[in-house]
Design a protein around this ligand. Structure first.
Ligand SMILES: [Zn+2]
Length: 261
């Protein structure tokens, strides 16, 4: 088998997986020139979602909702971790930001590195089985979780629901990412699954929990680095998983620039 053939198999499976997942949510980071981003009269814009991702300290330093509107953006995504954004939206500034977005028709969603808020690392001593096993056979709170720990899944799902009540996206799209680029669990049960399968196993259960809070909920699946290849054993919930891919984003930026210039 040539290198080309070796690469083609997983690539095909990956495309099929991405096709099966719901439409990709693409976020064009930054305020690009207006040309090509907003709809010309009688013409739909190439990207339905055109956005910028901001941390709370960004949001408070500029009139972002107005500038986003002027730039033809559709969406502002908050960042970085759930507890930080949840604290912000409870402040007067946070409430004012949400109200300005609503008044201007700017969608708001929350793009969050979530694992440590959903499974606090200080539980390692008390319940080590909830955490991932590393290559040395030790439980570690350095990244992600053990997806075969019922207690871990229940805690993560419960905390995802807690944050979903505080941080409800106007789009129905939820982004509670795994620790991206970091390994998943290597315990005897999880070892049977790829990192992509482990991520999707978690996301399927998290999505089920989120839909008890928000019936429109969809949940992003990161598909790059160690989760680049499509899951092989776990199937996504129908219409449930969105894919965020560095590879797709790189291509999108190229496509976007062609439309601009
Ligand atoms: Zn495990």
């Amino acid at each position: 088998m040539t290198n080309r053939e070796t690469r083609r198999g997983p690539a095909m499976a990956r495309r099929q997986f991405l096709g099966r997942a719901a439409a990709t949510s693409l976020v064009a980071v930054g305020t690009a020139p207006n040309r090509g981003l907003t709809a010309s009269p009688g013409k739909e814009p190439f990207f339905k979602t055109r956005g910028v991702v901001l941390v709370p300290s960004d949001i408070t330093t500029w009139n972002w909702p107005e500038q986003a509107k002027r730039a033809g953006l559709s969406t502002i995504g908050t960042h970085v971790v759930p507890h930080q954004v949840a604290e912000f939206v409870e402040t007067d500034e946070g409430q004012a930001f949400l109200e300005r977005c609503q008044a201007l028709g700017i969608e708001v969603e929350h793009e969050l590195h979530a694992m440590r808020d959903l499974l606090p690392s200080d539980l390692l001593k008390k319940a080590p089985e909830m955490f991932r096993m590393n290559e040395e056979g030790e439980r570690a709170a350095d990244a992600n979780l053990c997806v075969h720990s019922r207690a871990a899944i229940d805690l993560v799902c419960g905390n995802a629901q807690k944050y979903a009540r505080k941080l409800r996206p106007t789009t129905g799209r939820y982004f509670y990412w795994i620790d991206d680029g970091l390994p998943m669990c290597r315990c005897p049960k999880c070892r049977e699954l790829t990192d992509s399968d482990q991520a999707l196993l978690l996301e399927n259960q998290m999505l089920h929990a989120l839909r008890q809070v928000d019936s429109r909920a969809t949940l992003a699946h990161l598909a790059y680095l160690n989760t680049y290849h499509a899951p092989t054993k776990v199937k996504p919930q129908p219409g449930s998983a969105e894919a965020a891919s560095m590879e797709i984003c790189r291509r999108a930026r190229i496509a976007d620039q062609r439309s601009l210039w």
